[in-house]
Design a protein around this ligand. Structure first.
Ligand code: UT7
Length: 334
């Protein structure tokens, strides 16, 4: 666990999102999988997810969300791009430089952050770090995923959970007392539990050969029950750490925007922290788990008011987790 006090260096200025137009309902999934709308809603809170068509890649969604975030910030440009994704367009190169170039930002610092479903919190900390290091004056932070490409369409335990989408924010240098101030950050990981949520093949450990394909090792494998337990535990601990680092308590939190993996996980985290139900933001019903995109997509849907203190907390593959605090600014969203 490491807690930073970067709260004085970054302020959020813009927000945008993009989702593919195609919606797949639980009923549609249950036509080819032995599941049901009732099962998926009861166990996860998910009613539908947006699914990209075969011609759309993660960078396409990232560019769309990024352009909207820059517009909402009233800025044409950024001088760094941090792109959180578990589902890059290709294993190499990183998706971020292509996103930057397509947004008309040639030659800027651009890097991919691979923090699983916690990726966007790591990317926000990375963006704040680039500002603090003097690398950039304005950073575009994107969380973008086409998770439906990574799931085994025949695996009941994962095929119903994930969806596609992108969300982006703009960070600029600023002070802790300004609207939009973000931080401190609490980030952590436990690589001993990496196998709980992994794609076994497709990296240097194991190639995607005929055996791997026969074993479906090129898709996400997840121990759902244990991931669930870890997600609740780590998001609660991390949220407490970040509140303590800021000298605040849960009573100061106006809205909790947790990673949208499962409504029951969000409820368990909210219950344990003592965040009242009406302060919890949830849009998992509409999008499913969009991994690194889920928090910015939830920020767009949350109808936040300027001045509200927002707790962001996320958990995912790695295992990785992270939390931060944000004073909501007056934003034009698109
Ligand atoms: O972003 C972080 C990554 N992921 C997560 O946070 C997900 C964490 N885990 C979860 O959300 C839950 O563990 C799941 C939603 C994946 C599963 O819910 P669960 O309550 O843990 O169910 P289960 O895996 O214990 O399965 C219960 C039963 C099993 O049948 P039996 O063995 O009781 O006969 C499963 O085979 O439900 C069956 N099942 C399904 N049935 C219909 C599992 N998946 C499905 C399905 N439709 N999609």
């Amino acid at each position: 666990m490491s807690v930073s006090r970067l709260g004085t260096s970054a302020v959020l200025r813009g927000l945008g999102a993009a989702v593919p137009s195609r919606v797949v309902t639980n009923d549609e999934l249950s036509q080819r999988l032995s599941t049901s709308d009732e099962w998926v809603r009861t166990r996860t809170g998910i009613a539908q997810r947006h699914v990209a068509d075969a011609g759309t890649a993660t960078a396409d969604l990232a560019v769309e969300a990024g352009a909207r975030a820059l517009k909402s910030a009233g800025a044409g440009e950024a001088d760094a791009v941090v792109c959180a994704t578990t589902s890059p367009d290709r294993p190499m190169p990183a998706t971020a430089p292509e996103v930057a170039a397509r947004l008309g930002l040639p030659n800027v610092a651009a890097v991919r952050v691979d923090g699983g479903c916690a990726g966007v919190v790591y990317a926000l900390a990375t963006g704040a770090g680039l500002l603090a290091a003097g690398v950039a004056e304005r950073v575009l932070v994107v969380g973008a995923e086409i998770m439906t490409r990574l799931v085994d369409p025949d695996d009941l335990g994962t095929a119903v959970l994930f969806g596609d989408g992108a969300g982006a924010v703009v960070l600029e240098r600023g002070d802790a007392d300004q609207p939009g101030a973000i931080g401190p950050f609490d980030l952590g990981s436990d690589g001993d539990l990496a196998d709980l949520l992994a794609i076994p093949a497709g990296g240097s450990r194991r190639a995607v050969d005929a055996d791997a394909i026969a074993e479906r090792a090129n898709f996400i494998h997840m121990d759902g029950k244990e991931v669930y337990r870890q997600a609740v535990r780590r998001m609660v601990e991390s949220s407490r750490n970040v509140l303590e680092a800021a000298g605040l308590t849960v009573d100061d939190v106006d809205r909790m925007v947790g990673h949208q993996a499962n409504a029951r996980i969000l409820d368990a985290v909210g219950d344990r922290l003592g965040v009242p139900v009406e302060r919890r933001v949830s849009n998992v019903a509409r999008y499913g788990n969009t991994s690194a995109a889920s928090i910015p997509l939830a920020l767009v849907d949350a109808d936040l008011r300027p001045g509200e203190l927002v707790l962001l907390t996320a958990f995912g593959a790695g295992l990785s987790w992270g939390s931060t605090l944000l004073t909501w600014p007056d934003l034009a969203t698109s």
